[in-house]
Write a protein that binds this ligand. Structure first.
Ligand code: UD1
Length: 339
């Protein structure tokens, strides 16, 4: 069984490639390396002992995408991660986000249909819920107007997939991630944003290792238990495993409908300060942080109701927040050679 993983050298992509290979799937990676590095392929190989096939090109290039799929028309499925994901940047450069995230998706869908490749797993986000009226948020919650062009690309992508599935033989599963953090236990792959991190945990670990001076905690006046914003942090390996389950569900024709949607979260909301405390507890480091104003576009609190995923996929996030922050810290130390 051969699976294409787009964005397979990225954070979630690389962990998913490892899980797929360890479950016996053959993996082909396509990545343009816009936010990752080619040596991730070697790191994956050293974990699993199997070198994934890797092609570097941009999926917004229709001709290259089409040629790739013709060559690999024996794929059993596609897991599509490759996308831009910086919320703030998407506000500055909306067309960059719309073109990159939507054109690549359309090229992939067209090629899948042309080559009768039946199964797509799409990397979606809890951002589609905006600030939900009811917590925890289930898949039945209404889609709110997107807070950013990035969020809008996820909403539009789900609609594009929905319409395409209706008009073709394609099956699709959209996985709505909450906040993936942590790293593989081998510390050979992890979260490695190019440039200054936007996301909380890489900023924490890069501050503790001395690469950043200080973490800014965005806002302490939210209506939450300690005033800082609350999210559902999930270990990236738990998240990666859910992709393998989703692929298998499609291949084994266990889907209830040809387009399904699942939340991937733990069901627990943690504040920014909770995550910092966990990091300090597991690392023994004192983190240099200060409270600053809110970040534009941030929602106050969101965490998942994972009941449907747990029951229907038979999948459950298992790892604790301390395992998440400890693995992220181990990865940072190994990567920077300080261990
Ligand atoms: C958001 C989206 C998520 C998307 C991700 C892509 C929501 C609810 N979530 O995640 O779906 O996949 O962007 O990047 O829309 N923080 C700090 N200091 C920092 C960095 C972050 O205090 O230097 C705080 C943020 O204000 C937030 C929390 O940490 O409260 C998590 O932030 P981050 O890791 O950026 O993820 P989200 O913005 O929740």
């Amino acid at each position: 069984m051969k699976i294409l993983v787009t964005g397979g050298t990225g954070f979630i992509g690389s962990h998913t490639v490892v899980e797929l290979q360890q479950q016996g799937y053959e993996v082909v990676i396509v990545d343009n390396l816009s936010n990752s590095q080619a040596d991730v392929v070697d790191a994956i190989t050293s974990i699993t002992g199997i070198k994934p096939h890797f092609e570097q090109f941009d999926l917004i290039d229709r001709e290259k995408t089409s040629a790739f799929f013709k060559k690999h028309n024996d794929l059993s499925g596609v897991i599509h991660f490759a996308a831009f994901k910086a919320v703030g940047e998407s506000v500055e450069k909306p067309l960059l986000y719309y073109r990159n995230n939507l054109v690549s998706l359309m090229n992939i869908l067209e090629s899948m249909i042309e080559n009768n490749i039946p199964n797509l797993v799409f990397s979606s986000s809890c951002t589609v819920y905006g600030q939900p009226d009811v917590l925890p948020v289930s898949e039945k919650a209404p889609i709110k107007k997107a807070e950013s062009p990035y969020g809008n690309t996820k909403q539009i992508s789900e609609e594009v997939i929905f319409d395409t599935v209706k008009s073709s033989k394609l099956n699709a599963i959209a996985l709505r991630y909450f906040n993936p953090i942590g790293a593989h236990e081998s510390a050979k792959i992890g979260e490695l944003p190019i440039g200054v991190p936007n996301n909380l945990v890489p900023f924490i670990t890069q501050t503790a290792i001395g690469l950043r001076n200080q973490l800014s905690v965005f806002g302490e006046d939210y209506n939450t238990h300690d005033g800082t914003a609350v999210r559902d942090y999930i270990h990236v390996v738990d998240l990666a495993k859910a992709h393998v389950v989703a692929v298998r569900r499609m291949i084994e024709s266990k889907m209830k409908q040809s387009f399904e949607i699942f939340n991937l979260g733990t069901g627990t909301g943690l504040s920014v300060l909770d995550v910092i405390k966990s990091f300090e507890r597991v690392s023994g480091e004192k983190l240099n942080y200060k409270i600053v104003g809110r970040r534009a576009g941030d929602v106050e609190q969101v965490w998942a109701d994972p009941t449907y995923s747990n029951e229907e996929l038979g999948w459950k996030a298992m790892k604790t927040v301390d395992e998440m922050t400890a693995s992220a810290w181990k990865w940072e130390k190994v990567y920077r050679g300080k261990r």
